[in-house]
Design a protein around this ligand. Sequence first.
Ligand code: JFZ
Length: 443
Amino acid sequence: SLSIVVAPAQSVYQPSAENLAARKAFQDDKFGLFIHWGVYSLLADGEWIMNQRQIPAKDYEKLPTFFNPVDFNAKEWVSMAKNAGMKYITITSKHHDGFAMYDSKVSDYDIVDRTPYKKDVLKMLADECQAQGIKLFFYHSHLDWHHPDYYPRGRTGQKTGRPESGDFEKYLTYMDTQLTELLTNYGPIAGIWFDGWWDQSSDDAGHVGKTAPANKNGIDWKLDRTYSLIHKLQPAALIGNNHHVAPFPGEDFQMFEKDLPGSKSTGFNEAQTIGQLPLETCETMNGSWGFNIKDNRYKSTKDLVHYLVKAAGHNANFLLNVGPMPNGKIQPEFVKSLAEIGQWMQKNGETIYGTRGGPVEARNWGVTTAKGNKVYVHILDWADRQLTLPALPGKVSAARLFADKSPVKITQSAEGVVLTMAAPPAADMLDTIIELDMAPATA
Ligand code: JFZ
C-alpha cells in the first residue's frame, strides 16, 4: 500500500535581517531599566498581592478607582535611566493582575478607562523614550488573574471569584489584540518580554527546537501564532520569555531571572542551558519587583556594579528593576543608587558597552569582557599585585590600568599570562580594570 509521509507543520523561525541587527544592538546596549508598575503599587507589598491575599477580582477592581499617579513624569524616569547609563527600558504593560497600564480598546480594564488619572502612561513614556533616544520594551504577562476566559485556571490565582468556565481561545485572541495595540500605537518597540507562561506550562521535556505541546488541561499557548504576529507587526522587535526553560522557536533573546547565565544559583533556572541567543539577566534593587514599602534590603551600589560587570563577563545584558510608588515617583534610595552606577558607567562604560563575554571564563576574582582587539580584565575581588590568567587565544601586546593608563607588566608563557600591577587593587575600587591590547593574529 502507498503511504504518504507528511512533514510536521512546524515551520522553522528565520529571524529577519532587521531582527538580527536589533539583536546585535541589544547585546551592545548591555544595561536596561526594568519597571514594575501597576495598581498593585498602591498596596505597597509587591506585584503578587492579588494572588497572595487571594483578593477577588471584583474587590481588586477598587484599586484603579484611586490610582492617581499625579507626580508621574516620563521625562524624569527616562533621564534617570539615561543618567544611570541604561540604553533601554522594559516596563509592565500588563502584569499578572491583568490591568493594562495603557489605553486598550479591547477592554476597559485599563489606566485610561478606570482611573481618575485617565492618561496613558505608556504613551507618554514611549514618546519620551523616542525623544531621548532610548529603547522601550513591554513586559506583558501571559498569565491573567482577572480575565474571565483565562480558564482553566493555571497554578495561581484560582480563588479570585471568576466563573468556573471560560474560553481560553478567546483569552488568547484578547492577548494577541492587546499586543497588536502595543505594537501599533506606540512607535517602534524594541521587544516584548513575556512572563507567566509557566502558569500553564506543559511538560517541557525535550521541547528544544520545538514549541511546547498542549498541557494536560488542553492548554496550548499558541506561542508560534503570537510570536509570528509580533514579528509581522515589527520585525525588529525582540521576543523574550521568562519561562525558565530552553528557548522556543520565535524567541530572540534568552532570559535568566535573578541569575547569571549558567550559574543556576537561585533555583529558578535549573532547566535552562545557554543557547545561541543574546542573553539577559534581571535583578531587583532590594528584593521586590513591584513597590514594597517594608523591603529595605537595598543592594549596595558596589553589589549592583559588580552584578552588571559580571553579567557583561557572562555575555549577558543586565536589566535592573525599580518598582515606582503609586504617586509616580521612584523612591529616593533607588534614584541615588542609579545615579552612582551612572557615575561609574560614565568613566568605565567603554569596558562594558559593545563588549561580549571575554576569553577567560568567570573566576572568583572577576570576569573579562572583549571588544575589537581589546580584552578588559575586571578585577572585582583580589588583594594582590599579581594576577595570572590562563593562556589566551592570542598574544598580548600591551597592558595598562584602564583608569589612568599606567602600564601593567605582562609575562607570557604557554601556561598563561601573568599581570603585575604597580600596587594591589585599592580596597575602595569597585572594579580594577586592566586593558589588554591583543596583537593581530599573524598568518
Ligand atoms: C516573574 C513574575 O512572576 C514576577 O512577578 C516578576 O515579574 C518577575 C520578573 O518575573 O517571576 C517568576 C517567573 C517565573 C517563575 C517564578 C517567578 N517560575 O517559573 O517559577
